[in-house]
Every structure is written in structure tokens, then in C-alpha cells.
Design a protein around this ligand. Structure first.
Ligand code: PNW
Length: 489
């Protein structure tokens, strides 16, 4: 606790100096001064979670195994604290508690994901698990009766194990058809009440050719699901379908060096543009095409590691969104670097990235606090994609959970990041319709297990009842939601 108080004092002193400085430089003022103002009327606030991270009940009531069940059950655990999502927050049994928490926070919507293998245990539509369908029906109905809009992610990383074992997972384009069938089932069963769909929560790790192949299948699956809705459901269900793409902001390490500026732009196109360019413009960014093609040839391959989208797929992909989902947490400093290491996505970009050691750290090694990076990033999205409708679909901060309630650093994180969203909306005209905090409560943080906690509610994972305690940040965030921004006291 000592360190976080010290850090916040340092941050406060620093911002004071910055405000004094900017006071003398009129045009910098907007960049560094806190903005007291409210979001436009109708702006929406909510929380996000994902099925594997909260539900538990991994093998209950007919649910099939997912790749995350298989992965966390390995004999030698790949998870930092040896934990898994077998029970997690037990939201499968305790979803009324989740809705209570949402109500207590005064949100307008809740973004959650559906576990594919809970509704289709084998991933294929020859076997529908009606008990799994009921679970989501109950959750959706309870949300709606409490005036909370459900926003549904179809895929948040928990692929049915059967699709992995039988087809090898996302590198295999057979999955396109299975995803389309899954999407159809969701529209059919839930689309009368769910009006906001997100096909994928996109984030890919790994090297060599596999990530490019996975992304290729995922993009095509997204396009199929989008066009299916447009063709058969939109007219009578009146909803919208988008995709969620995650990226850091890439800041030129030395903004005065044009090669750094170019490298940062390249890194953004390799990270965000990889998925967004096909969805907005129909094809991968040309800088990816050029660099990956050239390097593949130099490696003596007869085909590029980056697959090509033919005319038909380009047409299907181009414009396949009603909104863009934006997950954002942190910023990187970028400069040019020669390609090195194994052939793959990180080397293909020919950049090196680092984080400024003075940036405040969270419990997660990768997550440093850079509030101004968020505003710059939102402006980059606005300029690159012609100001599309956007929702912030994730943004949040982790602690180590040792103190259940005192989380000043998270309160300051939300205040400063949301203030930059406000500046993007009010001063820069970025078209953002809502903001989603990650997350409602501490949950299973993937490879970091229960050690990195992102909740505004603390969860006791040793208690079979999974008691929750509000952290201090829940009060701060609730006030921002209530005020629809920041009101000067
Ligand atoms: C997201 N980064 O992952 C996921 O969508 C969530 O499921 C996850 O719990 C949350 O953020 C916190 O990790 C990210 O390196 C992981 O910038 C890493 C990064 C961003 C998002």
C-alpha cells in the first residue's frame, strides 16, 4: 500500500508541475489539464467479463470441454499459480449476484461472452445443449428486467476442444462454417432480446505462420457471421454486429525522428490494422503485405506467410461492421529495428518496442499507466478508419489482491483514462458511444490465474460462496457513471 500511495503522490506532484507548465502554453493546456465536463446525453456505461474467466461449471449440465479447460488441466500447470477456471467466480450458479453488482454500479449495459462449448458441447450444431441455452436465457432475462442492456461476445478465446482435436483449431478454415452455425444459433435463440453482438474478442499470440492463418480464418468467420445477420436477422431483430480489436497505442520513441514516427505507424498497422483493415477496407494493410511477402521470399518459401484474400472475400469483409469495439490498456514506445529472431509477426514489423520506466506499473508486467496514450490512440482510430461508431469495450487496471478494498491506483487509473476518453469525445470529435470497464469483479486472468486482479469488486476465491467485497474504486467509478463524466465539486 505504501508504494501505491507514494506513486500517487508522485503522480500528483508531477501533474501539478505539468499543469503549471501548460498554463503558460495555451495550446498544450487541453492535453494535460483535467477536463471537467460530461459525455453527450445517451452515452452508455458498463462492465465486461468473459465466460471462461467467471463462469466455472466447466463440466456441469452438459457443457463440453474447451481448449482452456484442456490447457489449464495439463499435468504441469501452465498457469502461474497452478489455478484454473473450473469454478472461478462461479457465475454459472451465481449470476443473480453479478446482476446485483451491476445494478449497484448503475450501469446501462453488461458485456459478457457466451461459452461456445456450453451451448454446443462439440462445437458443431448436431448437438445443442438446451441446459446451456437456458443459462444464457436466464441471465439475459434478468438483465433486461433490471434495465441492463446485454452486449454479447460470441468468442472470447474458449474454443470447443473438439474443434481443436478434430480440425486443429483456427488454422483450419473448416472452422468458418462451424462458427457461422454457432452464430446462427445465437441469433435464433437470443436475438429477440440481444441487440448488440460482438463476433470476436481479437488477440493473437504466437509466431511463424500460424498466427497469420488463425487471423485469416477468424476474419472470414467474422465476415460470414456479419453477413448472416445482415441477410436473415437484421430486418426483424434490428440489432448491430461488430468486432472487438485490442491494441496498445504506439508512440514514436523519439517523435522528432521521422523513422520513429513511421515505425510507430507500422506497428499500429501490424497490430490493429491486421484485423481492422480487412473489416473496414477489405484487405490487409499494404505495409504488412509488402514486408511479410518480401521476408517470406527471402526465407525461400514459395508462398507468403500472410495468406491472401480473394476478390469475393474482400467484398464480404469490406464494411462488415456496425461498430468497432475498442479494448485498450497501455502504450508502447516504438523505433525501427532490423527483423530478427524466428520468422513471424513480431520480427516482420521491423520495430522494437519498450515502455518508459517512469510509467506507473500495475500487478501485470505488461500494463503501465499512460492515460494520454488513450486519447492519441482514439484519435488515430478516428483518422485511420474515418471516424466509425466505437464502443470502448475494455479498459482497466490490475492489483495483486492483497488488500481487498484499498485500490487508489485503480481509482486514479479510471479517472485519468476516462478523462482522456472525454477529451477525445468533446474536444476531438471521436465518435464513441459507450465505455466498458474491465472488470466487474476479480476473475481468472488467463495465464496469470488469480494473481492479477482487475475487478472493482474483490472476490474471495478460497470461499465456496465466493463472497465479494466492493473495492474503493467501485465508488469512484460509480460516481463517474452517475455524473456521466466529471462534475467539478
Ligand atoms: C484483455 N496487452 O487481454 C482480454 O480481453 C481480457 O480477457 C483480459 O482479462 C484483460 O484484457 C486483462 O488482461 C489483454 O498486452 C491482454 O496490451 C494483454 C494486453 C491487452 C489485453
Amino acid at each position: 500500500m505504501k508504494t501505491s500511495t507514494m506513486t500517487s503522490t508522485r503522480v500528483l506532484t508531477f501533474s501539478l508541475i505539468v499543469s503549471l507548465l501548460t498554463f503558460c502554453h495555451g495550446d498544450l493546456q487541453q492535453e494535460d489539464e483535467f477536463l471537467y465536463d460530461t459525455f453527450p446525453e445517451g452515452f452508455r456505461w458498463g462492465f465486461a467479463t468473459a465466460a471462461y474467466q467467471i463462469e466455472g461449471a466447466w463440466n456441469i449440465d452438459g457443457k463440453g470441454e474447451s481448449i482452456w479447460d484442456r490447457f489449464t488441466h495439463r499435468l504441469v500447470s501452465p498457469i502461474i499459480d497452478g489455478s484454473n477456471g473450473d469454478i472461478a467466480c462461479d457465475s454459472y450458479h451465481k449470476y443473480p449476484r453479478d446482476v446485483e453488482l451491476l445494478k449497484s454500479m448503475g450501469v446501462q449495459f453488461y458485456r459478457f461472452s457466451i461459452s461456445w462449448s456450453r451451448v454446443l458441447p462439440r462445437g458443431t450444431n448436431d448437438l445443442v445443449n438446451e441446459v446451456g441455452i437456458s443459462y444464457y436465457n436466464n441471465l439475459i432475462n434478468l438483465l433486461i428486467s433490471n434495465n441492463i442492456i446485454p452486449m454479447v461476445t460470441m468468442y472470447h478465446w474458449d474454443l470447443p476442444q473438439n474443434l481443436q482435436s478434430q480440425f486443429g483449431g483456427w488454422p483450419n478454415e473448416t472452422l468458418i462454417e462451424h462458427f457461422e452455425n454457432y452464430a446462427r444459433l445465437l441469433y435464433e435463440r437470443f436475438g429477440d432480446r440481444v441487440k448488440h453482438w460482438m463476433t470476436f474478442n481479437v488477440r493473437i499470440l504466437g509466431e511463424a505462420t500460424e498466427p497469420y492463418k488463425c487471423a485469416h480464418t477468424i476474419l472470414k468467420s467474422h465476415a460470414k457471421a456479419y453477413r448472416l445477420y445482415e441477410r436473415e436477422f437484421k430486418e426483424w431483430q434490428n440489432g448491430e454486429v461488430g468486432i472487438v480489436i485490442d491494441s496498445e497505442f504506439m508512440q514514436p520513441d523519439n517523435p522528432d525522428d521521422p523513422t520513429h514516427v513511421e515505425a510507430a505507424e507500422r506497428a499500429l498497422r501490424f497490430k490493429h490494422g491486421w484485423f481492422a483493415f480487412p473489416v473496414f477496407f477489405g484487405d490487409y494493410p499494404s505495409v504488412m503485405r509488402e514486408l511479410v511477402d518480401a521476408r517470406s521470399e527471402a526465407e525461400g518459401r514459395n508462398a507468403s506467410r500472410l495468406p491472401t484474400l480473394d476478390e469475393e472475400w474482400q467484398t464480404m469483409l469490406r464494411g462488415s461492421f456496425d461498430f468497432l469495439g475498442v479494448n485498450h490498456y497501455t502504450t508502447e514506445l516504438v523505433r525501427p529495428a532490423a527483423a530478427q529472431g524466428l520468422p513471424g509477426w513480431s520480427g516482420d514489423q521491423q520495430v522494437s518496442k519498450r515502455k518508459d520506466p517512469s510509467w506507473e506499473g500495475s500487478a501485470s508486467a505488461w500494463l503501465k499507466k499512460v492515460p494520454w496514450g488513450f486519447r492519441k490512440y482514439l484519435n488515430w482510430l478516428k483518422n485511420t478508419y474515418d471516424n466509425p461508431v466505437m464502443y470502448i469495450t475494455e479498459n482497466g487496471w490490475s492489483d495483486d489482491g492483497r488488500d481487498p478494498t484499498n485500490d487508489t491506483s485503480r481509482s486514479l487509473f479510471y479517472r485519468d483514462y476516462i478523462n482522456n476518453v472525454l477529451k477525445a469525445v468533446k474536444l476531438d470529435g471521436v465518435n464513441i458511444k459507450g465505455y466498458t470497464a474491465w472488470s466487474l469483479m476479480d476473475n481468472f486472468e488467463w495465464a496469470n490465474g488469480f494473481t492479477d486482479r482487475f475487478g472493482v469488486h474483490w472476490v474471495d476465491f478460497t470461499d465456496p460462496e465466493r463472497q465479494v467485497i466492493p473495492k474503493d474504486s467501485s465508488v469512484v467509478l460509480k460516481k463517474i457513471f452517475e455524473d456521466n463524466g466529471f462534475v467539478e465539486e
